[in-house]
Design a protein around this ligand. Structure first.
Ligand SMILES: *[C@@H]1O[C@H](CO)[C@@H](O)[C@H](O)[C@H]1NC(C)=O
Ligand SMILES: *[C@@H]1O[C@H](CO)[C@@H](O)[C@H](O)[C@H]1NC(C)=O
Ligand SMILES: *[C@@H]1O[C@H](CO)[C@@H](O)[C@H](O)[C@H]1NC(C)=O
Ligand SMILES: *[C@@H]1O[C@H](CO)[C@@H](O)[C@H](O)[C@H]1NC(C)=O
Length: 387
């Protein structure tokens, strides 16, 4: 009797430990019914285009055949995330034409910062900073439910009320908070000094969404901008500060400093919000690996924009991808796409090609670049605390 009981206990312990060690083999996938995304151009699927003018051709040429509100030749990481969860591509909240929000909405706009900018779009980032994106979300949450009750068509265009707690909430924002400092000629030390304020505002928005029922948060860290043409071309770098790959180290150091603090902020949120699950995704390492080992992964010219006009990096601030000029009374595109975007990493000096986005997505899918290392479809699971 006693041994049998002990055996049961031992057996139970084995099951319990197995569950702790391999959540993916013991638990069901989360089956997210919706995605709500917040961010900047890394995940904008039409927000900035709706409010400030369409992204020009050749954006979209590879996949959509038309710009589609994205700054890329094709799909973004958020598009691949949606596809893999068998959800439609996200409509931009700001796009009032043809949008369908039945499985989520995208609040990201190109140029967005976490902190509210004090400048207009002509001189600085998008005015639709993360706090504004949250207000849009909150309005959407309330008003979508008022309209769903009105019936047929609204029911086919707006999410069910329970989707808000079951949804995947995704974030890719912060890059423009750092570059805003560079544009103001701040020193590296000055920029690092404001990072805690930026992240404090980030955490506040996560808490606001949690208070509205959000439970699963998927957070991308920021990329190695010191390897991007728009930084390399525009800001002076002491020649001694380029690394062996041609990236400008000081800008990457700031990104890594931001990411370290972001990771700490996520750990703190995990403690503060007992019913939420967080996944911190190391996009920096993936983008850096792809750029510095481009050949190995089938890519070339990692520091040169595919679509642009002239210079060492095929990037010109005043004649960006899709720029037009009137020549002999005819409007022609003077900043064109490269021959084969499928072999290139950088699209327009700032953003990634569809091929690069797809490669990055394939690496993040199984959780090997995430903390905790949950696959995407398991992101609703809270980190198992070690005993
Ligand atoms: C915006 O804020 C920055 C940083 O605080 C400051 O240096 C700059 O002068 C401000 N610009 C305007 C237009 O208020
Ligand atoms: C919106 O998208 C969903 C999912 O793709 C679809 O079932 C629904 O019919 C669409 N609504 C309309 C009005 O087309
Ligand atoms: C930053 O420095 C550059 C070069 O000295 C100057 O042209 C520019 O006006 C400065 N920008 C700001 C916002 O102070
Ligand atoms: C995760 O996926 C990548 C890309 O398919 C693969 O190279 C890697 O080995 C996978 N890692 C694990 C732990 O399965």
């Amino acid at each position: 009797m006693e041994t049998l009981f002990l055996r049961h206990v031992a057996f139970g312990l084995v099951i319990w430990t197995t569950m702790l060690l391999s959540p993916s083999t013991c638990s069901k996938p989360c089956s997210f019914p919706a995605i709500f995304n917040f961010g900047d151009s890394n995940s904008d699927t039409g927000g900035l285009s709706a409010a400030f003018g369409q992204a020009p051709y050749p954006n979209g040429e590879t996949f959509f055949g038309t710009p589609s509100g994205r700054y890329s030749d094709g799909r973004l990481i958020i598009d691949f995330i949606a596809e893999s969860l068998r959800l439609p591509h996200l409509s931009a909240f700001l796009d009032s034409v043809g949008s369908n929000f039945s499985h989520g909405a995208n609040f990201a706009t190109a140029g967005s910062t976490i902190r509210p900018p004090n400048m207009t779009i002509q001189y600085g980032p998008s005015p639709i900073s993360l706090d504004v994106q949250y207000v849009e979300f909150s309005n959407f949450h309330t008003r979508s439910q008022i309209y769903r009750k009105k019936g047929e068509l609204y029911e086919k265009l707006l999410p069910r009320v329970e989707y808000f707690s079951r949804a995947l909430y995704t974030f890719d924002i912060g890059q423009n908070d750092l570059t805003a400092g560079y544009k103001l000629n701040m020193t590296i030390e000055q920029i690092k000094a404001y990072v805690p304020d930026v992240l404090g505002q980030f955490s506040n928005v996560i808490k606001d969404i949690y208070n509205e029922g959000g439970r699963t948060f998927w957070i991308h860290n920021t990329g190695p901008v010191g390897c991007y043409p728009y930084i390399l071309d525009r800001f002076f770098v002491n020649p001694a500060q380029y690394n062996k790959y041609g990236c400008a180290s000081p800008f990457n150091d700031v990104a890594q400093f931001f990411n370290q603090r972001l990771k700490e902020a996520v750990v703190q949120l995990e403690q503060d919000l007992p019913m939420a699950a967080f996944t911190y995704v190391d996009i920096y390492s993936l983008k850096y690996t792809l750029i510095t080992q481009a050949k190995k992964y089938g890519f070339e010219k990692p520091l040169v924009a595919c679509c642009g006009r002239g210079g060492k990096y095929n990037y010109n601030l005043h004649e960006k991808c899709g720029a037009k000029k009137t020549i002999n009374g005819k409007e022609v595109v003077i900043a064109n796409s490269c021959k084969d975007p499928m072999t290139r990493i950088n699209w327009d000096g700032t953003h990634f090609t569809e091929a690069a986005n797809k490669w990055i997505f394939q690496q993040i899918l199984n959780g090997s670049f995430s903390d905790p290392p949950n696959p995407l479809e398991m992101a609703c699971q809270r980190r198992k605390t070690k005993k």
